[in-house]
Design a protein around this ligand. Structure first.
Ligand code: GAL
Length: 668
C-alpha cells in the first residue's frame, strides 16, 4: 500500500471541532508555515457525523476535507468509534464495560464500550460504513485510522456478555471442560469445573489461577481484534486502495492487547509514544519502543502516529521538553524506522480532559518557542524526505519479547511479585544502545538465523516450538544470552518440571533448582568482582555436560555456587545469567559477548551518542544524536542532510546535536 504522503509524514491529531472558523483558518496558515502534510481528523467526531440516532450529517467533514485538500494537506481519517455519543449511552446503557465488581463504568471519557457488545458493534459499523461511503474518493483521504488506541480503557470487561463470550472462546479453544481443567490445573484448591457454564471472567475473591488469568488476557485481546477486523472489513470493501491502521501504544510491554500478534492486520503499523520528562533514560525508552515497532513491521517503515511536543498530563508531574528535545526525539523515531513525525495534537485544547497536554501550537500561540521548534522540525523533516522508504540496517542482535510472557508473569503469584516484565530486557537493550549496537526486538517465533546474538531476557513463558527454534539456532552456530526467570512456564502458564529455564536447559546445560529473590536494595557479590541484585538462583553447572562456570556467587546464601554459565552447544554458545547484574557489571558481560560474536557498533562514537543507520538501494543514512550534555563525536563521513555540511572522518556533535549523514560510501 502507498505511503500516505510524498516524503516523510509530518503533522498530528487535528480537532477543528473544538475551534471557531477563524481559528481553523489560522490553523491552515500555521500548518503551511510548519510544513504539515498530514493530519489525523475526526477521532472524536461521531456525534458530529451522527448527532442523533440514524441522522447523519457530514457537512462539517466535507468542509474540513475540502479545506485541507485545497491546501495540500492529506488526511488520516479516523473512524470515530472511540467517542460514543451520549445519545447512544442513553439508548443502550448495556454497552458500557463492567469492572471487576460488576459495576458499569460511567458514560463519558472515551472507549466506553464493551468489546464484545453486539449492540455497540452494530452502531459502530453503521457509522463506519456511512463515513466510508461518504469519504470514499475524496482527494484528502490518504489513510484510515481505526478508532483510537483500542483497549486504552476498555480492554477488560466483566459484563454478562463478556462472560458468555469468554465461555464460548474457551469452549472453542479447549473443546472439553476436562481439557480446560487439565490446562489450568483446576484440581488445585479443588476448583474443577463440571461444565463451561461454570466459568466466569476472573474477578473478585482471592488470587486467581494463572492459566485462567492468562487466557482471559488473550481473550480480551482477541475480542478487540475482532472489533478492529470488523471495522477494517467495511473500510476495505468501500475504499480498497486506502491503507488502514490503528494506533498502538507500544512501550516496554506487556501491552494492553497483543500488538505483536495484531501487527500483521495493519497495512502500516502505527504507534503512539510518550516519554516521561524526568526519566533520565527517556531516549532509550524511545529507542526500545522504536525497536519493537520495527520488529512488528517486519523491518518495513512504520508510523509514529502520536508523540508530544512537550508535556503530557497524566503523570504526577508533567514536564515540557527541554530545548532541543523536540527535534532529537522526533529524529530518533525516524532513525529507528518511522517514516513519520506526528503529534498529539496540533493545537492545545483549552477545555476538556487534556487541557494541559502539550501541542504543536501551545496555549501561548504561534509566537512561542514550541511553535518555532515545530517550524524548525518541519524543515528538518522536509530535508530528510529522501530517507522515506529506506530501512534500518539489518541488526546483528535480536532481543526476544512476547506480550504473552509478560501477561503470564503478572498472572498469579510469583517468587517476586510486581517486577516489570521488561526490566531485564530494557537493561540489556540499554547496554547495547550505549554501545551503538542496534537491536531488533522480535517475538520468539521470528526467524532467528539472521542474527549473531539472540538475547532472551526474563522471557517467562516459552512454547515447545519456540524453545526448539532457539535450540536449532544455537546448534547451527548462534549465540544466546538467557537470563533469570526465562522459559519457566509453558503456554498454559504451568511450570515446566525438571528445573529452570525449562526446555532451554537443553542449550544451557546448566539448570536452576531454586529461585531466591533479594530484598530491596540487597546486593550479592560475584567472584569476578561483578554485582548482582534482586535475584539469585541455585544453579547446577555440570562440567561433564560441557558447562563452564563464568562467575560464582561470592557471598549470600549461594556463596561458592555458579551464577553465570557458558556452554558450547553444537556449533553455537549459550550463556545463562542467574542474577540481575548492575549496569556496570552487565556492561562488562555485554562487552564480552559482543566481542566473542564479533558484533561491531553501527559507528564508532563518543559515549552518549546514538547511532543508527538506514539504507535504501543506493544510499545509506547515518543518524547521529548526542544525548549527553558534553561534546560528542562520531567517526563517519557524509553530507549532513540537515545542514548541508560535508563531514569527512569525524563529525563533532555538541551537546544535544543531531546529524543525519548521507554517507559518502554507502553502507549496506
Ligand atoms: C494518546 C491518545 C490521544 C491523547 C494522547 C495524549 O494516548 O491517543 O488521544 O489522549 O494520548 O494523552
Amino acid at each position: 500500500m502507498r505511503w500516505p504522503t510524498k516524503g516523510l509524514s509530518f503533522g498530528g491529531d487535528y480537532s477543528p471541532e473544538q475551534w471557531s472558523w477563524d481559528v481553523v483558518l489560522e490553523d491552515i496558515d500555521l500548518m503551511h508555515e510548519a510544513g504539515v502534510n498530514l493530519v489525523t481528523l475526526g477521532v472524536f467526531s461521531w456525534v458530529i457525523h451522527e448527532p442523533r440516532d440514524g441522522h447523519f450529517d457530514f457537512s462539517w467533514l466535507d468542509r474540513m476535507l475540502d479545506l485541507l485538500s485545497d491546501n495540500g494537506i492529506g488526511v488520516d481519517l479516523a473512524t470515530p468509534t472511540a467517542a460514543v455519543p451520549m445519545w447512544l449511552h442513553r439508548l443502550h446503557p448495556e454497552i458500557l464495560p463492567q469492572d471487576t465488581h460488576g459495576h458499569p463504568l460511567a458514560p463519558g471519557g472515551r472507549l466506553g464500550w464493551c468489546p464484545s457488545s453486539p449492540v455497540f458493534r452494530t452502531y459502530a459499523l453503521r457509522i463506519v460504513e456511512r463515513l466510508a461511503e461518504h469519504a470514499a474518493g475524496h482527494p484528502a483521504l490518504r489513510m484510515w485510522h481505526v478508532s483510537n488506541e483500542l483497549g486504552g480503557g476498555n480492554a477488560r470487561c466483566h459484563c454478562p456478555i463478556s462472560n458468555a463470550r469468554f465461555r464460548e472462546w474457551l469452549a472453542a479453544k479447549y473443546r472439553t471442560v476436562t481439557a480446560l481443567n487439565a490446562a489450568w490445573g483446576m484440581s488445585f484448591w479443588g476448583n474443577t469445573y463440571s461444565s463451561f457454564e461454570e466459568v466466569t471472567t476472573p474477578w473478585g475473591i482471592t488470587a486467581h489461577n494463572p492459566g485462567h488469568l492468562l487466557d482471559y488476557e488473550r481473550f480480551s485481546s482477541d475480542e478487540l481484534l475482532a472489533h478492529f477486523r470488523a471495522e477494517k472489513d467495511v473500510l476495505r470493501r468501500l475504499t480498497p486502495d486506502v491503507p488502514i491502521t490503528t494506533n498502538f501504544m507500544v512501550g516496554l510491554g506487556p501491552d494492553v492487547v497483543d500488538y505483536t500478534r495484531w501487527a500483521g492486520e495493519m497495512d502500516i503499523v502505527a504507534n503512539d509514544h510518550y516519554t516521561f520528562g524526568p526519566d533520565p533514560l527517556k531516549h532509550e525508552d524511545l529507542a526500545f519502543s522504536g525497536d519493537r515497532m520495527r520488529g512488528m513491521s517486519g523491518g518495513r517503515p512504520w508510523m509514529l502516529m502520536e508523540h508530544a511536543a512537550g508535556a503530557g498530563s497524566w503523570h504526577p508531574i508533567n514536564q515540557p521538553k527541554v530545548p532541543g528535545e523536540i527535534s532529537r526525539h522526533a529524529i530518533a523515531h525516524l532513525a529507528r524506522g518511522s517514516d513519520s513525525v506526528m503529534f498529539f495534537q496540533w493545537r492545545a485544547s483549552t477545555s476538556g480532559t487534556e487541557q494541559f497536554h502539550s501541542a504543536m501550537v501551545p496555549h501561548a500561540g504561534p509566537d512561542s518557542a514550541v511553535f518555532r521548534d515545530v517550524i524548525a522540525l518541519g524543515r528538518q523533516v522536509a530535508a530528510l524526505a529522501e530517507v522515506q522508504g529506506s530501512i534500518v540496517e539489518p541488526a546483528d542482535v535480536a532481543l526476544l519479547h512476547d506480550n504473552e510472557a509478560g501477561w503470564a508473569l503478572r498472572s498469579g503469584l510469583k517468587p517476586m511479585n510486581g517486577h516489570g516484565y521488561a526490566d531485564t530486557a530494557r537493561a540489556i537493550h540499554n547496554a547495547l544502545f550505549e554501545r551503538a549496537v542496534t537491536t531488533d526486538i522480535v517475538p520468539p517465533w521470528a526467524d532467528l538465523d539472521r542474527y549473531r546474538l539472540v538475547v532472551i531476557p526474563g522471557l517467562f513463558l516459552l512454547s515447545d516450538e519456540n524453545a526448539q527454534a532457539v535450540q536449532a539456532y544455537v546448534e547451527s552456530g548462534g549465540t544466546v544470552l538467557i537470563t533469570w526467570f526465562s522459559g519457566v512456564v509453558d503456554e498454559r502458564n504451568a511450570v515446566r518440571r525438571g528445573g529452570y529455564p525449562g526446555l532451554l536447559r537443553s542449550v544451557t546445560g546448566s539448570l536452576s533448582e531454586e529461585l531466591f529473590p533479594l530484598d530491596g536494595q540487597d546486593a550479592v557479590r560475584l567472584d569476578n568482582g561483578w554485582t548482582g541484585r534482586r535475584w539469585m538462583e541455585r544453579m547446577r553447572a555440570p562440567q561433564h555436560a560441557g558447562v563452564e562456570t563464568v562467575a560464582s556467587y561470592a557471598d549470600g546464601a549461594y556463596a561458592g555456587e555458579p551464577a553465570i554459565t557458558r556452554r558450547r552447544t553444537g556449533a553455537g554458545t549459550a550463556w545463562y545469567l542467574s542474577t540481575d547484574l548492575d549496569a556496570a557489571s552487565l556492561g562488562e558481560l555485554v562487552d564480552r559477548v559482543l566481542s566473542e560474536t564479533q558484533i561491531r557498533p553501527t559507528a564508532v562514537v563518543a559515549p552518549g551518542v546514538e547511532a543508527v543507520r538506514r539504507a535504501s538501494s543506493d544510499a545509506s543514512y547515518l543518524f547521529l544524536i548526542n544525548h549527553a550534555d558534553v561534546d560528542g563525536w562520531a567517526q563517519a563521513s557524509g553530507t549532513d542532510l540537515l545542514t548541508g555540511h560535508e563531514h569527512s572522518e569525524l563529525v563533532s556533535l555538541p551537546p544535544g546535536a543531531v546529524a543525519v549523514l548521507r554517507e559518502h560510501t554507502p553502507q549496506r
